[in-house]
Design a protein around this ligand. Sequence first.
Ligand code: 4AD
Ligand code: MG
Length: 510
Amino acid sequence: MITTIEKLQNYIGQTVTLQGWTDNKRSSKGLFFIILRDGTGRCQCVVDENLVSAEVFENAKKLTQETSLTLTGTVKADERQVGGIEIQVSDLNIVSIAIDYPITKKEHGIEFLMTNRHLWLRSQRQWAIMRIRNTIIYSIHTYFQNEGFVQMDAPIFTGNASEGTSNLFELEYFDKETKAYLSQSGQLYGEAMAMAMGKIYTFGPTFRAEKSKTRRHLSEFWMMEPEMAFYDIFMNMDCIEAMMKHVCKDVLAKNRAELAILERDVTVLENTVNQGFPRLLYDEAVAIIKGEKDVNGKNSITSLEDDLKSIEARIIAVNAEINDRTEKIKTGVIKKQGEINFNQAKIDGFKQELKDLEEQQRNIPMWIASAKNFEYGNDFGGSDETVITRLFDLPIMVYNWPHAVKAFYLKRDPNDSRFARGVDVLAPEGYGEIVGGGERETDLDLLIEKIHEHGLPMEIFEWYLDLRRFGSVPHAGFGLGLERIVTWVCKLPHVREAIPFPRMYGNLMP
Ligand code: 4AD
Ligand code: MG
């Protein structure tokens, strides 16, 4: 019977057939230990010379990394193995031999891995990330479907900008005169759809032509954007929080193994499920960034200075380790090949750590400077988000932003016209913005004034203004960046690993 690795627990003691690829192979006298991967998981399969035909043993001998195969064997429970299972192989056939698979078990640089993204996706780490991404997508759908939202799709070709004109991908739409833009956000269409359906959400590809190489930016990403009629900013924040709790709860329930592969400390995800998200006014958030207000006894500036000191101490210690081990190998104090390999692997690990430490050593002084010099009234930049979210161990919501620095469609705060009713959700641990949203302006005159202020062509927004002319109601919504939340949930150093084939400034292949 053909089955998959994730279902093996149901077949203990039975004979099954698996189809997959060789992840790894070890040999010992008369034995091959194959780590088979089939997309659903990994498991150890043992080929014993005494228990199989000469032909099967010969096939096992030929297996190289990524050679595809089918095998048949008995399922045994073995606590020590991945997934608590081992297969005693009785038959094994090669489907296609892989020669010189480029991604080996040694450390590869990120450039190399990115060029081989089509193959890198097969690695255990990427597999774990994609499984979590899948859980998150499904969880977002179940949350909104259970809450009575209707999924509707916004167009990808659009005639107008919604998030400013500086980062539009422009193309010719059938003729040279007609310009179309790739969608920066489905929101404006979402507002129209909410007036028809009450509560809707869109989930689609989104494009931003930002010429910046940061760990947070993609030029093509997936955004989920709900829009709700008769919601104000506070109901919107309740909705964001409930959805994020639901998502983190699902990941914790379904992806423990994947989180373990990524060595993700799950405390922060548990906090997200169990605790209320701190809600900060822009003014409070600015005071925290500038170090004028502490969070749980922690000060933004002094905690960064302390971190810098401990990073510098660690750099000295790691360098000493590297030098010491290198010296011992060079001078022959360490002789046995096994010990040399062990120490070389340690040295490689320390060098990787050193790279990360040195990056932080360069970054922290810049973060300190930008936090100290933050000008009240500005939007937050990446480093401001890093500074404030390092102080928290669950997501925070920052709301009521100076209206001048946010999108034209946000509602002016009725109690204080300096502010707009926007809300950003910032993920903790230095991650920063994963959600942007807010209540929408319903005052037609204010909206027209804003469209002028942003230099946007009025005629293109006439349809949008109709939503205010015909039965306008208070409404709100938000956009969740899928790759941003995946990056944070998995605690990845860069957003590029959160999507199968990342599109970024300067990167289009594979
Ligand atoms: O904050 P943004 O620009 O908000 C909007 O587009 C609103 N129209 C959403 C709404 O209210 N319906 O983008 C929303 C989210 C960000 O918080 C971030 O998670 C993600 O989209 N995002 C990006 N993700 C990856 N790469 C980029 N270049 C991104 N730009 C935005
Ligand atoms: Mg934003």
